[in-house]
Design a binder for this molecule. Structure first.
Ligand SMILES: NC(=O)C1=CN([C@@H]2O[C@H](COP(=O)(O)OP(=O)(O)OC[C@H]3O[C@@H](n4cnc5c(N)ncnc54)[C@H](OP(=O)(O)O)[C@@H]3O)[C@@H](O)[C@H]2O)C=CC1
Ligand SMILES: Cc1cn([C@H]2C[C@H](O)[C@@H](COP(=O)(O)OP(=O)(O)O[C@H]3O[C@@H](C)C(=O)[C@@H](O)[C@H]3O)O2)c(=O)[nH]c1=O
Ligand SMILES: [Mg+2]
Length: 295
């Protein structure tokens, strides 16, 4: 049987990766603006009804972390209320909802990787809006898997790896914060995991497959580590060397405060689903290789 997955967003990193990676028996129905806007409850309900899907993946979001500080209400409407509208549709249609959330729901003060049931405490408007989305979903539709991922990069959309490669074209050295720790995660790897998780949710109604799960690349990094690995890989594909100056958060002021430690423990996903993503350096190498092949 063909699995029909309705995905929110048209050009985002995760939706693009899903379109690329979907196996033959999986159909991706991408829904996005202007026709399908998460802010518009009736459009969300109508669009998802029309999709005739077996499961819904909510991959659209307001993702501009710094900008969210100056338009927090918009972030709340899209990431909070909007996620609630998608959950309402999933409940009405009786299909499982896979929802992407973020490491930025945590404050970053913990001295170990965060587990799913550790207390949240977002430090910025984006994180608060994503936390509201989680809460709306949990309150609206029990048949859900909330996948918290982090530091997403890919050949698609806008992300840190592409920013580094762009900046590196005109500079020999780039200053990058070395005191924020997290887990770089490839959107391609997320897409593969989402397809697997969707199949399980559709065919197995066990409660152990429902709830919140952490889904990130294996291994920890600072943003400076990630930048160094990006430039090292780019050099192997013929680019000039770029040095990374390791700086502190205090040296790089931004509108949003970001968690110092937002590493996520993936043990629950491994135990319940048997899913583990590849080590981040391997997937990053693949991404840089692809970016270097395209002009
Ligand atoms: N990027 C990251 O580092 C991380 C992302 N996540 C989460 O993963 C998910 C996927 O992220 P990613 O693929 O990187 O996101 P992107 O920023 O690449 O894409 C976001 C998508 O959402 C769409 N969108 C934004 N607002 C609306 C709206 N009101 N109605 C409909 N569509 C809208 C955008 O469409 P348009 O083209 O119209 O703007 C775009 O297609 C999100 O939930 C995000 O919060 C979690 C952790 C890290
Ligand atoms: C561009 C740049 C950034 N930085 C710092 C700023 C910041 O602390 C860190 C990352 O910056 P970015 O703005 O690229 O990343 P940011 O927008 O914080 O990325 C986040 O996006 C949202 C959507 C998420 O959900 C998170 O998991 C995370 O991926 O690197 C430097 O130190 N030097 C630089 O040249
Ligand atoms: Mg950003």
């Amino acid at each position: 049987m063909t699995l029909r997955l309705a995905v929110t967003g048209l050009k985002g990193q995760v939706v693009s990766a899903l379109i690329e990676r979907a196996p033959k028996d999986v159909e991706i129905i991408a829904l996005g603006r202007p026709q399908f806007d998460l802010e518009m409850r009736t459009a969300v309900l109508a669009g998802l009804r029309h999709a005739r899907c077996n499961a819904i993946i909510n991959a659209a979001a307001y993702t501009a972390v710094d900008k969210a500080e100056s338009e927090p209400d918009l972030a709340m409407r899209i990431n909070g209320e909007g996620a609630g509208h998608v959950a309402e549709a999933a409940a009405e249609l009786g299909v499982p909802l896979l929802h992407l959330s973020t490491d930025y729901v945590f404050d970053g003060a913990l001295g170990r990787p965060y587990r799913e049931d550790d207390p949240t405490g977002p430090t910025g408007a984006y994180g608060r809006s994503k936390l509201l989305g989680e809460e709306k979903i949990a309150a609206t539709h029990g048949d859900h898997a909330i996948l918290r991922t982090a530091w997403v990069y890919s050949p698609y959309g806008a992300n840190f790896v592409k920013t580094m490669l762009r900046l590196g074209e005109s500079r020999d050295e780039i200053s990058v914060v070395a005191d924020q720790l997290g887990n770089p995660t490839s959107a391609i790897d997320i897409a593969d995991a989402l397809v697997l998780i969707a199949r399980r949710l559709v065919s197995d109604n066990s409660t152990s497959l429902r709830g919140i799960f952490h889904l990130t690349g294996q291994g920890d990094a600072s943003w400076a580590d990630m930048a160094e690995a990006t430039f090292a890989a780019a050099e192997r594909y013929g680019r000039k060397p770029v040095r990374v100056a390791r700086i502190t958060t205090a040296d790089y002021p931004t509108p949003a405060r970001r968690p110092a430690n937002s590493r996520l423990d993936n043990e629950k996903l491994a135990a319940r689903y048997g899913v583990t993503l590849p080590p981040w350096r391997e997937s990053l190498e693949n991404c840089v290789a692809r970016l270097r092949r395209t002009p």
